[in-house]
Design a binder for this molecule. Structure first.
Ligand code: ADP
Ligand code: MG
Length: 617
């Protein structure tokens, strides 16, 4: 029921309506306002309701002045209710209002608005990107996080297909979960990698009353951190597995090598004894020599296995790696092929480490020889030393490495690099990609063992076609440096890389010498006649570093041979070998200082030592 009130318009002297006098009101007016007719009829509005809002009177005034009816919604703070009011002029000087209470409706509307506002704030407060799709999979609404996730403004997102926003593609990708959802009508989720971030997209279908898909909600969470920690965990497990594998192979190799060495001692000892019993010219001497040589090679092999198994005796001294590299570098420059440019980057302030110089040299040698092998067409070999801090984050994948101050020696090459398959087996003993006879697969396992035995750490970075860097970390010690390191000649299996011509009329000896030298990394060319060697030198252009020749031979003797070869190759060096002792050899003109001489029969070690010494002289 509507309230009704009829008023007389009261104007000021200019004829502007300023108030209204009640003429009559109906019952509903009384009910709606609580005002009674007997109290107000004949009174003015401002008298009855003194605080009546000024604009109210003005608005009525407009109607009263123009005679144009108006309809509006009004809140009366005096009465505390909302009204819908129609105001009009029923006759001259008369003004009437018809109104009804809309407080209830207004409250409902406000509640709806509040709910919408609340919903929006909640929607925007969600840290995941949430958007609503219509049935054509166009985004109709999205929250604030969507803009943050996609880096796009909301206005750029709304109206677009979800794949345009996520994948920047014009067509949906076949694996788009919403497409599957359309068929399966179930919730779907999918993990997606976009750029370097990982997302989980959950898709919830929205159905209409008839059960048809009306659209969907996408909830997209950034799961990059979780993914990274999963990846990290996997990597950690892999590292641990790798470490355990190396540990057990190491134990096995070390154990076998140790026992094997014990067995080799009597083999070598008895061979020596037998040799003493057999007269010089007896052909069985050669056979014994072969036993001995084979046993020597086996000894060498076990030595490398021992190194890998960390069972070597270390002679630890407080040293500066810089001096080791400087001293050893001189030797390297002579042994590494000339088409390889060796660059050193050695700081003055390198920290001191506790290490076995011979072993460190062995590490450098093995790594540089590998680098050389990887640079068949030449390249750059760089040896760098720097002080480094390994933070706990850097070593968390390596449970046996302590964080702290380290000296890092890196050996880089510009060679062919390695693929993942090679990298996985790199340090395993006998793993080689080289041809039979070219590689033993023991170089890096020795390096591994030596570094580990020094409480060090090692890392490899390699890319196919781009080269390789090995980094060796040795812990810095706070002790006084002990020694100035002498330039130590390389012993053991120092792989040379130089070319040696062997001239020896005894094929067996020539063969063994060649075999042993090959094993040490030298290239060899064997002749059983001096004439053949001269022909080779005269006609060929191959670079040759050393002539290893027998002294007493049927036609040309060693001395003559050397003279003629030197005529063509002035820089060649010579090492004479003979079964006769120095006295006899001296009769053949081979006397004086600076002459290098190898007594036959030679052990593998003495052969290598003499060859090295001669080359380095
Ligand atoms: P070997 O040199 O006798 O093959 P190593 O243990 O020294 O044995 O090396 C094992 C393998 O690792 C090599 O055969 C080679 O495939 C690979 N490798 C080692 N160092 C390098 C390098 N600097 N560049 C490329 N590959 C390398
Ligand atoms: Mg090697």
């Amino acid at each position: 029921m509507s309230g009704f009130a009829l008023h007389e318009i009261i104007c000021d002297e200019k004829g502007i309506p300023v108030d209204y006098r009640f003429i009559s009101i109906n019952e509903a007016f009384e009910k709606l306002t609580g005002l009674k007719a007997k109290d107000i009829v004949g009174k003015r509005v401002l008298e009855v309701i003194p605080n009546t809002e000024k604009y109210w009177i003005e608005r009525y005034g407009k109607v009263a002045l123009t005679g144009e009816p108006m309809q509006f919604e009004e809140y009366s703070s005096v009465i505390g209710k909302y009204y819908e009011v129609r105001a009009f002029c029923p006759g001259k000087g008369r003004f009437a209002v018809i109104f009804h209470d809309i407080t209830e409706r207004k409250k409902n509307e406000e509640a709806i608005l509040d709910a919408a506002r609340e919903w929006r704030s909640t929607f925007d407060a969600v840290s995941d990107a949430v958007w609503l799709l219509d049935k054509d999979q166009r985004i109709v609404r999205c929250n604030r996080a969507t803009a943050e996730f996609t880096g796009k403004e909301n206005s750029e997102i709304v109206g677009k297909h979800c794949w345009e926003v996520i994948h920047n593609t014009e067509k949906p990708l076949t694996e788009c979960p919403i497409l599957r959802m359309n068929k399966s009508r179930q919730k779907e989720s999918q993990e997606l990698k976009i750029g370097n971030k990982w997302f989980l997209i959950k898709v919830d279908p929205i159905f209409d009353d008839k059960g048809k898909i009306r659209g969907a909600v996408h909830i997209v969470s950034n799961i990059t951190d979780r993914k990274l920690s999963e990846e990290e965990k996997l990597k950690l497990e892999e590292q641990l597995h790798q470490a355990q594998k190396m540990e057990s192979i190491g134990r096995l190799a070390g154990g076998v090598a140790h026992d094997f060495n014990n067995l080799l001692t009597p083999i070598l000892g008895y061979a020596e004894l037998l040799k003493m019993d057999v007269p010089r010219l007896d052909p069985r001497r050669d056979q014994i020599e072969q036993i001995k040589n084979a046993a020597d090679r086996a000894k060498d092999l076990t030595k490398q296995l021992l190194a890998f198994g960390r069972k070597q005796m270390l002679e630890l001294k407080v040293i500066n790696l810089r001096s080791v590299v400087e001293n050893f570098g001189k030797m390297l420059k002579r042994t590494i092929r000339e088409d390889i440019n060796i660059v050193f980057d050695l700081p003055d302030n390198a920290g001191l480490v506790k290490a076995d110089v011979g072993q460190v040299e062995q590490v450098i040698l093995n790594l540089t020889v590998n680098a050389q092998d990887a640079m068949l067409k030449g390249g750059m070999l760089k040896i760098k030393i720097e002080n480094t801090i390994l933070a706990s984050d850097d070593v968390k994948e390596y449970p046996d490495v302590m964080p702290g101050n380290y000296v890092c020696m890196s050996i880089s090459d510009t060679g062919h690099g390695m693929d993942k398959a090679v990298m996985e087996h790199l340090f395993e003993p006998f793993f080689t990609t080289k041809q039979m006879g070219k590689g033993t697969g023991l170089g890096l396992s020795m390096v591994y063992g030596i570094v580990k035995q020094h409480q060090g750490h090692l890392q490899v970075v390699s890319e196919l076609g781009k080269g390789t860097t090995f980094r060796i970390y040795l812990p810095i010690v706070q002790e006084q440096e002990e020694v100035i390191i002498p330039s130590a000649p390389v012993k053991q299996s120092g792989r040379g890389g130089e070319t040696v011509i062997i001239v020896e009329d005894n094929e067996m000896v020539g063969g063994i010498a060649s075999l042993l030298l090959n094993n040490f990394g030298y290239r060899t060319i064997v002749f059983d006649k001096g004439e053949d060697c001269i022909r080779f030198i005269e006609n060929g252009t191959d670079h040759v570093d050393l002539l290893l020749t027998d002294v007493i031979m049927p036609s040309i003797n060693g001395k003559e041979l050397y003279e003629r070869v030197r005529g063509k190759r002035p820089s060649i060096k010579v090492l004479y070998m003979s079964g006769y002792d120095r006295e006899v050899v001296a009769h053949h003109g081979i006397v004086g200082r600076g002459i290098h001489f190898l007594q036959k029969p030679f052990s593998a070690e003495s052969l290598q030592e003499k060859v090295r010494e001669t080359l380095d002289s």
